[in-house]
Design a protein around this ligand. Structure first.
Ligand SMILES: Cc1ncc(COP(=O)(O)O)c(C=O)c1O
Length: 392
């Protein structure tokens, strides 16, 4: 998949602080440069003045991060009951939360009945169920434009064969039916996929919505989703997004996830040995359980040594799982480490900690945030005993 291998724009002082943190904190741990997240928010504000931003919290759901983003005036986009309740826990109100996703069960909707967020309707059964269980709620209709976009196949959500949204030709009647069933349709929703670095992909999606303007009429809201890749030039699509929302007389909503947090986060692991089989390996204390992206998407993340070493080697970096696929990077040139030396995987702030799993009874990794002057714990390292709590 396309991967930006450049060094992230860390805030001055972050890397020094990280080296010091690597001596202090147990590995593996995630560390986030919060001022950098704030700069990314500012870039969105500058590119899309007047747009409402709903941070896609699946990218990184830590409460301390959510509270900071709320203080900056963002809402959040959620895709599960758990994510909505997490957002409420962080202090967001229903007016600040957009609930997406192809499956919202009756149980989910009943729990949300007292404080319903905005809901994005994804199919006819979803529309009818939401109308029945959340009467009067404000909704958007998600359109699947049926487009190929340049990203990993798992991340392309607006292809003809993907499971999301209504066909463009169904959108007008979905809005009408929502109205007829007592919902409050605000507008249309589009999300093309994740990690999109080419403006043309967004522009093709916008053109599909433009084609619906005649049949749909003016709208209150046009939600153009997330998907903004780290290397995407926001300014190359912002004028078209503004023109499209003006065409509908709508307020523009956006749901950036990855772009706000990816570059700000690193995963720090320690090397516990060097070994040569058919290939030269360094053996790490963190692998696919804490950082799934390389195994799941073939994602390539640059690696930064946090130590000085004598001489150099080229290594594959393997995690502790008994799976041949648990290799976080291959052919990485590094100074020769001593046992216990730490290194950092870069561009790990999005879909890193949020995708960590307890596979192999691995406790959740510590997650810490650098404020510019010190470290705050966003999530303590999980306790091993908690992994079997409740099982008897
Ligand atoms: C509906 C929706 N909105 C926003 C996002 C966030 O995408 P990204 O993190 O690429 O910005 C996603 C991610 O899959 C999504 O499904």
């Amino acid at each position: 998949m396309p991967m930006n291998l450049a060094m992230p724009q860390f805030t001055e002082g972050f890397l020094e602080a990280l080296k010091e943190a690597a001596r202090r904190f147990p590995t593996p741990f995630y560390a986030y440069d919060l001022p950098q997240v704030e700069r990314e928010v500012a870039l969105f504000r500058e590119a899309f003045p007047g747009a409402r931003l709903f941070y896609a919290l699946k990218a990184n759901p830590r409460l301390g991060l959510l509270r900071r983003l709320r203080a900056l005036g963002l809402g959040v986009e959620a895709v599960s009951l758990g994510e909505v309740l997490r957002a409420y826990r962080a202090g967001f109100g229903p007016e600040e939360v957009v609930l997406n996703g192809p499956v919202k069960t009756p149980e989910d909707l009943r729990v949300l009945a007292e404080r319903p967020p905005y809901v994005v309707l994804d199919s006819w059964p979803d529309l009818r169920r939401v109308a029945r269980l959340l009467p009067g709620v404000r909704v958007l209709v998600r359109v699947n434009p049926g487009l190929e976009v340049a990203t990993h196949a798992h991340l392309a959500t607006a292809r003809k064969e993907s499971q999301f949204g209504f066909l463009p030709e169904e959108a007008p009647s979905a809005l009408e039916e929502a109205q007829a069933l007592g919902l409050r349709p605000l507008g249309l929703h589009l999300h093309l996929g994740s990690h999109l670095d080419r403006p043309e992909d967004f522009l093709r999606g916008y053109r599909v919505l433009e084609g619906l303007r005649g049949a749909v009429g003016p709208l209150e809201v046009l939600d153009l989703g997330g998907g903004f890749g780290p290397a995407l030039d926001l300014k190359a699509l912002a004028p078209e997004a503004a023109r499209l929302s003006a065409l509908y007389g709508a307020q523009l909503w956006l749901e950036p996830g990855r772009r706000l947090v990816a570059g700000a986060g690193v995963l720090v692991v320690r090397v516990w040995g060097e070994k040569r089989t058919g290939r030269p390996y360094l053996l790490l204390d963190g692998g696919m359980s804490v950082f799934l992206r390389p195994a799941l998407y073939g994602a390539r993340h640059p690696v930064l040594p946090l130590y000085e070493g004598e001489g150099e080697g080229v290594y594959d970096l393997a995690g502790p799982a008994c799976e041949a696929g648990d290799v976080l990077a291959r052919e990485v040139r590094l100074p020769r480490p001593e046992e216990g030396d730490a290194l950092a995987f870069l561009w790990a702030g999005a879909y890193g900690g949020s995708m960590a799993t307890p596979y192999l009874d691995t406790p959740a990794p510590l997650e810490v945030a650098w404020t510019g002057s010190g470290w705050e714990v966003l999530r303590p390292r999980g306790r091993i005993e908690a992994l079997w709590a409740g099982e008897g």
